[in-house]
Design a protein around this ligand. Structure first.
Ligand SMILES: Cc1cc2nc3c(=O)[nH]c(=O)nc-3n(C[C@H](O)[C@H](O)[C@H](O)COP(=O)(O)O)c2cc1C
Length: 447
């Protein structure tokens, strides 16, 4: 009989050959081999992924949470990206990868982060490095978190849930997009209310208030509003693939799915991805085309002072504006009472002629670093990239694609692996520099 567990096994055929981690979460890794509580034991030619398991008490239940999972076959985001490319249908992978127009801004983001150089001090007294970073009253285990991504479940089944679980277990922030494929309430349950919510701006104030109230009742501490999406972007790959919101099921797209069995069977088990947070407001029985029109009519991308004021008035938690890259906008946002800014250009997905986000960072930090919490995303793909962003004045970093490559490559374990790998990479850079705390990175910047 086809049980949910056997469907999951079929969805991960590589697990049977030992090529990837078994999806059974209650497994135990032992040196040189793998033992699973789901009843399957198999040896591995590869070094066994490292995994620590910690017991966490959640209400009356004792929960086992995995932390610090690391699979040495994928020691960089590029390794994860290559593996994800083989496992995701092309239209889904291109949706994740793509930037706007000629993808100049997409490339520039990473290129310019990598221009930055840091100075090590080898002969100084050094007491060891610690990745703990304070952010909005919480001590996080790393100076980076997971950026909001729409349509995650289309790219990999249950991607939103997997990343929320990993972020919660590893104590890094997770930002849920309004158009992700798990609801506010589901993510709140996974994270025990320790999550951030990114709001797309509904045209109707009533819908905005309903979403804010739901996020607040679910325990969300930080609301993120978007400045950098005043228009629908021109992304050639998405246009060619018929990938609007929601995706069109063209014959070409369907053909691509059939060549990606792990993805296809995972989707079968998980069910059709939906905009779960928005579901209560979407009229029933809409076909794909009309659902797209409904979403376009429901949200208006352009942010202005009036909208920020109205949100500030209603939202009692921390408020962050994402997408600000110049001093004028930063000054205005701060004057309207926001608590933080994420310097972002949507990962090169909106304005091809735009600056990289690292470019204005040092100036923004000089002017506003003590008035607001300055964060950054777009183009970061490694520990050294994170180190350079922190050295340039960002207090905290976010990444979008990197974590999705992790999930595309390793499914449920992808978020854990990516977080753990990036932590180790940042740690190595800190040790090399003799940088003891993440806030000390600017002292190593070569100007
Ligand atoms: C496929 C994809 C979907 C995204 N969807 C959203 C979204 O729904 N809301 C949002 O605020 N940002 C969204 N972003 C932007 C990310 O939050 C983040 O700014 C960006 O990915 C950072 O760049 P990086 O991917 O180079 O790390 C999306 C980015 C990608 C790649």
């Amino acid at each position: 009989m086809m049980t949910p567990e056997s469907i999951r096994w079929l969805a991960y055929p590589e697990a049977i050959t030992g090529a990837v981690t078994c999806p059974c979460v209650v497994s135990t890794w032992v040196t040189g081999g793998v033992f699973h509580r789901c009843g399957i034991t198999y040896g591995s030619q590869e070094p066994a992924p490292e995994r620590l398991v910690r017991q966490k008490k959640s209400g009356s239940r004792k929960q086992t949470v995995m932390t610090d999972f690391f699979d040495s076959r994928y020691p960089s985001i590029e390794h994860l990206r290559q593996r994800a490319r083989k496992r995701m249908p092309r239209f889904a992978f291109e949706y994740l990868e793509g930037g706007c127009f000629s993808e100049v801004n997409l490339q520039r983001n990473t290129d310019e982060i990598r221009q930055i150089q840091l100075r090590p001090y080898y002969l100084r007294d050094y007491a060891g490095s610690n990745l703990d970073t304070e952010l909005f009253g919480q001590t996080r285990s790393a100076p980076f978190g997971i950026a909001p991504i729409g349509l995650q479940g289309m790219m990999w089944p249950k991607a939103t849930e997997y990343l929320a679980q990993a972020a919660f277990a590893e104590n890094v922030p997770f930002i849920l997009s309004t158009v992700a494929t798990a609801s506010i309430e589901t993510v709140s349950k996974i994270t025990e209310g320790n999550f951030w919510f990114q709001l797309y701006h509904p045209v109707e104030d009533e819908l905005r208030d309903k979403l804010l109230d739901r996020a607040s009742s679910a325990g969300c501490q930080v609301l993120v509003i978007l400045a950098d999406t005043p228009t629908f972007a021109w992304r050639p790959k998405e246009i060619r693939n018929g990938l609007s919101i929601p995706p069109k099921m063209t014959l070409r797209n369907i053909a691509q799915m059939t060549t990606r069995p792990a993805w296809a069977l995972g989707q079968l088990a998980a069910g059709v991805p939906e905009f779960k947070t928005m579901k209560p407001y979407i009229p029933k029985g809409l076909n794909m085309k009309h659902l797209g029109l409904f979403m376009n009519k429901t949200f208006s991308g352009r942010l202005n002072a009036k909208k920020i004021e109205a949100i500030r008035e209603r939202w009692k938690g921390k408020l962050v504006v994402k997408g600000i890259v110049n001093e004028e906008d930063a000054e205005k946002a701060i004057s309207l009472g926001v608590d933080g800014i994420i310097a972002s250009n949507h990962g090169g997905r909106q304005l091809d002629n735009g600056q990289s986000t690292i470019q204005p960072m040092t100036e923004l930090a000089k002017k506003f670093g003590d008035q607001t919490t300055l964060m950054i995303d777009s183009g970061l793909r490694s520990g050294p990239d994170i180190a350079n962003a922190l050295a340039s004045g960002a207090k905290f970093c976010f990444m979008g694609r990197s974590f999705m490559y992790g999930v595309g490559a390793l499914g449920k374990n992808g978020g854990h692996h990516t977080i753990s790998m990036l932590k180790r990479q940042v740690q190595q850079v800190m040790e090399q520099l003799a940088c003891e705390r993440t806030q000390d990175f600017p002292k190593h910047l070569i100007k």
